[in-house]
Design a protein around this ligand. Structure first.
Ligand code: KG4
Ligand code: ZN
Length: 341
């Protein structure tokens, strides 16, 4: 089954085609992402109305480009999948409207995909994909969750952030030290230049049992350190390194705990922060030490993309799941309420 995937939940327009006749990475026939970063940069964050309008401009040309790259004509598709939530309502409606209309015109089945399920399944679009059961660490701009996956579609929340998401903490911390939007990847790049240990921040909520996170206090610690410093480029890099190490250590400690709690040896990691190099190294070392395995998508499939939506949608379409012919989105949506595949 060849499925067109469309992602428009926030500030990236993503389109892909996944072919379920093939396995893992081979099934991804083509994928393209158009990022709106430049559009939102001058406002220091995503402006929802501008995001929706840009999706309107970019989505259909990107569908054509992706089909060309896949070497497919539009009537060679077997299904359409789109992100139906969670996300910005206007942005979601653009993807849902286009996807639903294409499916109607081509007489194809369509399915709405949960954005975080898309992220969660992205490590399966690689070679030698892991099979459930596993524990998933979802670390994006809006979510930080540990999820036990007994089977695809069966998601049990083990822990989550009580305040800021890990990506949000990266973004806010970058902003308060004067880095341009989007701060997360910029802060990570700067941290490479910093000296480890110069600034030591706490590893929040690791001194007590449990699998929840809290990152907002860390941001305040950075604010105080930055305000009391000489605010030189050197210091900014040292603080960035201290912050990154604190987030990465905290995530690694909780992942090890979650694997113990779930009696599992496979960890999968997804979402934008999963692109962080130091996090990838740290979790890799942790998993190896335990005799287990950690699986990441390639960095470009950690951040928002259409491939994960095509893949997750294809699994659900193959299982016979469909949505009827109405343009419906779910801006707030609990992944635990999803039907099993
Ligand atoms: O999954 P994603 O693309 O969008 C959401 O669904 O939120 O995640 C975006 C988040 C942003 O907060 C961004 O700063 C963060 O992921 N991010 C990173 C890195 N790349 C993206 N954070 C740390 N290090 C990175 N290399
Ligand atoms: Zn995302």
């Amino acid at each position: 089954m060849r499925v067109l995937g469309i992602e428009t939940s926030c500030d990236e327009t993503g389109v892909a085609v996944y072919d379920t006749q093939k396995q893992g990475a081979d099934g991804l026939l083509a994928h393209a992402v158009y990022s709106q970063i430049a559009l939102h940069a001058e406002y220091g964050g995503v402006v929802p109305e501008l995001a929706s309008r840009d999706h309107v401009r970019k989505l259909l040309p990107l569908v054509r480009q992706t089909l060309d790259e896949a070497g497919l004509k539009i009537d060679e598709l077997d299904g359409v999948a789109y992100t139906s939530g969670p996300g910005l309502v206007g942005a979601l409606l653009v993807g849902a409207g286009v996807a639903r209309s294409l499916a109607w015109a081509l007489d194809l089945p369509a399915v709405g995909v949960h954005h975080m399920e898309g992220h969660l399944l992205a490590p399966l679009i690689e070679h030698d994909p892991p099979q459930p059961p596993f524990v998933a660490l979802l670390v994006s701009g809006g979510h930080t969750q540990l999820v036990h996956v007994a089977r695809i579609g069966e998601y049990e929340l083990l822990g989550e952030t009580l305040d800021d998401a890990a990506g949000e903490a990266f973004d806010k911390t970058a902003k308060l030290m004067g880095l341009p939007y989007p701060g997360g990847p910029q802060l990570a790049r700067l941290a490479e230049l910093g000296t480890p240990g110069k600034y030591k921040f706490s590893r929040p909520m690791t001194d007590r049992p449990g699998l929840d996170f809290s990152f907002s206090g860390l941001k305040t610690q950075v604010l105080l350190a930055w305000r009391d410093s000489d605010q030189s480029d050197h210091t900014r890099a040292d603080i960035a390194r201290g912050f990154e190490d604190a987030v990465v250590d905290t995530l690694a400690i909780k992942c090890a705990r979650a694997l113990d709690a779930a009696d599992c040896d496979t960890l999968i990691v997804a979402g934008g922060v999963g692109a962080n190099k130091r996090l990838r190294e740290k979790l890799d070392a942790m998993a190896k030490k335990r005799g287990g395995r950690v699986c990441f998508p390639r960095p470009e499939l950690c951040t928002d993309n259409g491939a994960m939506i095509a893949f997750a949608g294809a699994l659900r379409l193959e299982a016979g799941q469909r949505v009827d012919a109405q343009v419906k989105v779910v801006p707030r949506w609990d992944m635990a309420t999803l039907p099993a595949v």
